[in-house]
Design a protein around this ligand. Sequence first.
Ligand code: NI
Length: 170
Amino acid sequence: MTKLKIYTYPHPILKKHAEPVEKVDDDIRRLMDDMLETMYQAVGVGLAAPQVGVSKRILVIDYEREEDKPGKPLYFVNPEIVWFSDERVIGSEGCLSVPGQHADVERYAAIRVKYLDYFGKPQELLADDFLAIVLQHEIDHLDGILYIDHLSRLKRNMLIKKMQTHPSSD
Ligand code: NI
């Protein structure tokens, strides 16, 4: 597997609306393998294809991996939120494309997502808790939205300034 370069704010690819995948083939699977490896090495819990410079609607997520524990990778191709709860939650979020920073973001507490899996098979998943938050964060990436876009302009600018003055903090 190949470790990929992670693009950081303000790279323009992070603002692009990513294209749907037409067919989940070996090339797409290789990309997902590389994305997962890249995410593990960067100690992240989710990674979207635009973050590695590929403007396609693909995500990998693994929030169960720890040092001595095998992970439980999840692969989402063309994910689409088909239902969300009335209830909302606020949680602290960070992003490999906004290194070293964290901020509180409001999200739906639960969502239902339709997607294609690693083998291109249609799936549906009801996600709540941490997975619901990670999925919303990652799906945002596919629409060119970063979690900092959900913050007030003042807060966002402060965070960007902090990121740029301490570039090596993550
Ligand atoms: Ni992110």
